[in-house]
Each structure stands twice: as structure tokens, then as C-alpha cells.
Design a protein around this ligand. Structure first.
Ligand SMILES: [Zn+2]
Length: 223
């Protein structure tokens, strides 16, 4: 394990997805952090080609590193869509190093992009939990929440307008009904009076109910 010394700038720690590798010292951009290593698998050998795990690192068409061994501390490094490190692959030497592509501060989780194939096979189905994707999800959730609030407020305003309109309509109907009732009474009164009452009371009734109506009085007089 050539890159792991006593003053290594990282440690294994708890991360969002389980375990991860965290910087314990500042790591300058461009620095080799750790080697990703393990037995080399030869795809030409049937039994080696059949090996399947999450820690396989394909070097070439023929050679793959099986990084699932415990000693390979680099296997703790999680994937990130916007990582602070990268895998530096040396196919001819059959070696892989993880190298900082940003200045990394103590406490930062070290990450690199696992690549499209891994992402599609392992991360897309469960949803990538990296910082960038979490932030995106958070933003989307916040937007969805804001949209729900907006829709609710709009519905409430609409309901309020509807209620107001209905109240206005009812008030109008009540007014109209009252007016119609008043007219109806007058008309009924006239008819009844015409039939059953003598002339004098007829004039009085009509005169009282429609005091300003000359026509009413005239009609009443005619009747
Ligand atoms: Zn991601």
C-alpha cells in the first residue's frame, strides 16, 4: 500500500450513504491522495471475468481491478456528480490513483465521479445521494411546495370571489323578490278590492299602497 502512510490526509468516517473518506488535512489541487488497488482480473479467464461486485474498476478491455478487498481504503470514496477528486488511470502500469481536482479542506468528504456506466447501473435506480443531487432535489421540493402554496392561494381567492358573487346575487334576488312581492300585493289588492270592496275603500287602499301612482289611483277609480 504505497500511498498509505502514517500521516495520511484522510480517514474513513460516516457519510450520508454509509461510510466515506474524509480529508483530515488540507489537500492541494492536483495532489495524489490515494491509490485504488486490488487483484487484477483478466477478462480472458472465465472465472475472473465472472466476478461481479460494486468495486470493479475497469482499466482496459482486458484488465479490471477488483477493489473490494478491505485494504483498499479508496473503495470508501463515494461518487459525486460534482466531485473534488478524479480517478487518474494508468492503464499500462495497471494502476489507478485518486487525485484532487480542487483544494480540499479538512473535514471535506473526498469524492470522484464513478462514470456513466456505474451511475446508470447502481445510482440512477436508487437516486444519487451526492451533494449536488441532494441540493437539486431540495430545490425541486421547495419549488413544488411553493407551487402548491400558490395554487392553494389562487383557489382560495377564486372561492372567495365566487362567494362574494353569490352573496351579491342573493342580495339582488332578495331585493327583486321584495320588489315583486310589493308589486304583487298591490296587484292582488287591486283585484280583491275591485271585486269585494266598495269604491271608497278601494281608493284608499290603492292610494295608500301606491301613494305617488296616479295611474294606480286612476285605475282604482275606473274599477
Ligand atoms: Zn449526484
Amino acid at each position: 500500500m504505497p500511498t498509505i502512510s502514517s500521516n495520511k490526509p484522510y480517514r474513513v468516517g460516516r457519510s450520508r450513504t454509509g461510510l466515506g473518506l474524509f480529508a483530515t488535512k488540507p489537500i492541494k489541487k492536483g495532489t495524489k491522495i490515494i491509490r485504488y488497488f486490488g487483484p487484477l482480473l483478466d477478462s480472458k479467464k472465465k472465472d475472473e471475468d465472472a466476478i461481479e461486485n460494486k468495486y470493479l474498476f475497469e482499466l482496459t478491455n482486458r484488465w479490471t481491478i477488483d477493489g473490494s478487498i478491505r485494504e483498499n481504503v479508496a473503495r470508501y470514496i463515494n461518487h459525486a456528480c460534482r466531485p473534488n477528486a478524479e480517478s487518474d488511470v494508468r492503464p499500462r502500469k495497471r494502476k489507478v490513483f485518486i487525485r484532487a481536482i480542487k483544494d480540499i479542506e479538512p473535514g471535506d468528504e473526498i469524492s470522484y465521479d464513478y462514470g456513466t456506466d456505474y451511475f446508470k447501473a447502481y445510482l440512477k435506480p436508487i437516486g444519487c445521494k451526492c451533494d449536488a443531487c441532494e441540493k437539486k432535489r431540495k430545490k425541486k421540493r421547495a419549488e413544488a411546495r411553493a407551487e402548491r402554496v400558490r395554487l392553494k392561494e389562487r383557489a382560495e381567492r377564486k372561492a372567495q370571489r365566487k362567494a362574494e358573487k353569490l352573496a351579491e346575487e342573493r342580495a339582488r334576488q332578495r331585493k327583486a323578490k321584495k320588489a315583486a312581492k310589493a308589486n304583487g300585493k298591490l296587484a292582488n289588492g287591486t283585484a280583491l278590492n275591485g271585486k269585494h270592496l266598495n269604491g271608497h275603500s278601494l281608493i284608499n287602499t290603492a292610494g295608500r299602497k301606491a301613494a305617488s301612482s296616479k295611474r294606480g289611483t286612476a285605475r282604482a277609480l275606473q274599477a
